[in-house]
Ligand binder design. Sequence first.
Ligand code: BGC
Length: 438
Amino acid sequence: MRGSGFLWGVSTSAYQIEGAVDADGRGRTIWDEFTRNPGAVANGDNGDIACDHYHRWPEDIDLMTKLGVGAYRFSLAWARLLPGGIGQPNEKGIAFYDRLIDGLLERGIDPWICLYHWDLPQALQDRGGWVNRDIAGWYADYAALVAARFGDRARAFATFNEPGVFTLSGYGGGIHAPGIKDSNAMMAAIHNVARAHHAALPVLRATGVPVGVIGAFWPMRGERPDDAGGAMMMDMLFNWACPDAMVTGAYPPTLPMLMGDVIEEADLSAETAGADFIGINHYAPMYIRTNEAGGQELGAPPADVPLSGMGWQIDPPAFTAMLETVAERYPGVPLYVTENGIGLDEPDGDLNDTTRVAYLRDYLGALAEARKRGVDVRGYFAWSLLDNFEWAEGHAKRFGLVRVSPDDLTRRPKQSFHAYRDAIAAGVPSRSTPIGEI
Ligand code: BGC
């Protein structure tokens, strides 16, 4: 984290870009297994090759240099470092991240390292994964390895990417790995992720590197007026459960009652909680509907609003409001936008992504508005550098500033790449930050 200057970056994650799933002793992950389930992922896609960033990372650093970013946020594949999740480290996997980190530093780009972006080693899932209370210790041991090997060069650590998404979608809704649909398992996963943050925090902080929490923050709205209660429930579970427990040591007030006996005495406390920054991943408002069984499910946005290719509402003022909400909830903790971007159905070869250019311009304007209102947002990381493997959507939806050809993996900057480069060159976002020609 650099002084008081505004930090510009791009974000990616391991399973979404690395490919090379069998290279150099990497262990299997829950996403390697989940993508094998028929119907789990659009078009039967998987991340076996993805962007082949594992081999093409020098080219990807060249792209970052051309953009002019000051930081690159990426995640470590736990199973590359510890193929069995625990036990013997894999030196070849460690060497890959050494090369990447050194390559970034040579170009003056700060490595922002996230320890967990959803790709749990399958060996740990075989022992219950996030539902097993032992995982807090397994995770702290993994964090100790990361601290020992990369703590000398990381500029920021984040313990988890969006716990609200992988616990709810992976253990509650079953639409992400490991594909479990069980609300008790989901509650246990939420709690064990929070415990893992508490267990790893001192280990990571001992390196002197700032340690943050990254959440997905989506304003929750009822699809119909009587869905307001459901939207509040989702707001609590998805947006606040893990960040509150990680940053303050306490869940939102009504949640412990719903979690039942997964919470044991002295599991979490204000003393062991904390975050040196909050990473905000924001895309859109989410519409919630209550189903016949009384549960919550994804609803549809109103008919007349502009939508991305993901069907998500484009609503820049909601971004300003969410930044203010997070700042009020965690006073005094600096904020960084660690993901923001737009998924589109882009015809092959079309680099003229005017919708993304407009989205970036309007969302950077919304960020500038939040700063004007006094929100302490110190940086912005665009999602994503490359078209990549978009989880259950496979390779069909594209979020990249750079087109990655599905045939030969060639990288070609889109118009949004040039627009973002110009915004970075223009400096701290203001509502008049130029961002290309539309
Ligand atoms: C995740 C990314 C994902 C993006 C777009 C975020 O929830 O962190 O991995 O690609 O949203 O869906």
